[in-house]
Design a protein around this ligand. Structure first.
Ligand code: NAP
Ligand code: BGC
Ligand code: ZN
Length: 353
């Protein structure tokens, strides 16, 4: 079967011929429908994040997938069920407590592999296998957009952690700043704009589809070249919630200054090393005296996938149509991973239901 992957030492993905897998006991065989592309895929291709499966010279890409069960192989599924796989799997050494507790998303990097990202093949192939416990069922009508369940689940988890950090008092956020107008940031704008006033930070000139998207959701575009994150309170207003999705470490740190007292910042970006100076005294003082919180959040688990399925069903169809600017056939995937100003989110199509 065909798969989209990257070989060791290569700088571009290619269409590979790989063996069609046979399910073992406890695994279902899934026929792939669509797989989304995000900033992490680009980081993996550039070699800045993730790694190859042990002993292999290629990695099948893709971690935002939706498919249909082809062979249930004794699992709880029936042939034709629409399913979405979670991303993390036990590492080569086998099971550990995080997986046994169903908390793989809380495992440190050395206690897990991530399909399509780090140490395990992803879902950009005509078929893939998955253990039953790592497959989440989705309503058939969500199949065309089901690849958005994984990224939505990322935000479900980050918001859960943010709310948990504010759970000792009555906290009802009215305002949020989403840092980053990539696919994750904009999906989060669409989610949050239903409940609060949203600012979204980017570094683009008009006309730009991401700015149009932010404004169509009722949000306000903030240009980081004119308004650095710490000046959001003076230029606009202090915000109760920050959702950082740039991978630009300075924004993550200075997001503390964009927060209103008692606010919380959720950090999602995964930058490389970068040293810069900050006023540590001011940082700690504001953190403490204004009861602020910062949470880091990576990955997501089955409960957040289930919540994301409900969220996807509730999001307005026109917003989702504006977000997914491109669906490309897997045989003509060239360019699918490239970022350009007219593309927000790309999905690679492998099959139809
Ligand atoms: P993406 O498509 O690369 O988006 C990043 C966006 O941030 C881009 O639109 C970029 O603008 C903008 N940006 C970068 N630096 C900026 C700056 N200095 N000022 C203003 N805007 C800036 O990536 P994504 O898929 O949306 O993901 C966002 C980040 O979250 C990535 O670092 C990714 O690795 C991470 N992520 C983490 C998780 C997790 O579980 N923690 C899950 C998914 C993604 P331009 O397009 O104009 O350059
Ligand atoms: C994926 C997560 C993964 C994270 C770190 C994100 O793009 O959506 O599932 O844990 O990258 O590799
Ligand atoms: Zn991702």
């Amino acid at each position: 079967m065909k798969a989209i992957g990257i070989r060791t030492g290569a700088s571009e993905p290619e269409l590979l011929e790989v063996p069609r897998p046979d399910p073992e006991s406890g695994q279902a065989l899934v026929r792939t429908l669509r797989v989304g592309v995000d900033g992490t895929d680009r980081e993996v291709i550039e070699g800045g994040h993730g790694g190859f499966p042990e002993g292999e010279d290629y990695l099948v890409l893709g971690h935002e997938a939706v498919g249909v069960v082809e062979d249930p192989n004794g699992t709880r599924f029936e042939a034709g069920d629409v399913v979405v796989p979670t991303v993390r799997r036990p590492p080569a050494g086998g099971e550990n407590g995080y997986f046994a507790r169903g908390e793989a998303d809380m495992a440190p990097p050395e206690k897990t592999v991530e399909r399509g990202i780090d140490g395990a093949h992803g879902f950009m192939s005509e078929y893939f296998l998955s253990e039953e416990r790592f497959l989440i069922e989705a309503p058939p009508e969500l199949a065309p957009r089901g690849f958005l369940i994984e990224p939505i689940s990322i935000t479900e988890k980050a918001l859960e952690l943010a709310y948990a950090a504010r759970s000792t008092f009555e906290w009802e956020p009215d305002t949020a700043a989403v840092l980053g107008n990539g696919s994750l940031g904009l999906l989060t704008v669409a989610m949050l704009a239903r409940e609060m006033d949203v600012y979204c930070l980017g570094r683009r000139d008009r006309p730009d589809p991401t700015i149009d998207f932010i404004e169509a959701q009722g949000g306000t575009y903030v240009d980081s070249r004119k308004t650095p994150v710490e000046q959001i309170p003076e230029e606009y207003e202090p915000v109760d919630l920050v959702y950082e999705a740039t991978g630009y470490a300075k924004h993550a740190i200075t997001s503390l200054y964009a927060l209103a007292p008692n606010g919380v910042a959720a950090l999602l970006g995964i930058p490389g090393d970068w040293e810069f100076e900050i006023d540590g005294g001011r940082f700690q003082r504001e953190f403490v005296m204004e009861n602020k919180a910062m949470v880091g959040s990576v990955n997501s688990g089955p409960e957040q996938f289930r919540a994301a399925t409900g969220t996807l069903a509730d999001l307005p169809a026109d917003a989702l149509d504006d977000l997914v600017t491109r669906v490309v056939d897997y045989r003509k995937f060239e360019g699918a991973f490239e970022q350009s100003d007219d593309v927000i989110k790309t999905a690679v199509q492998f099959g139809e239901r």
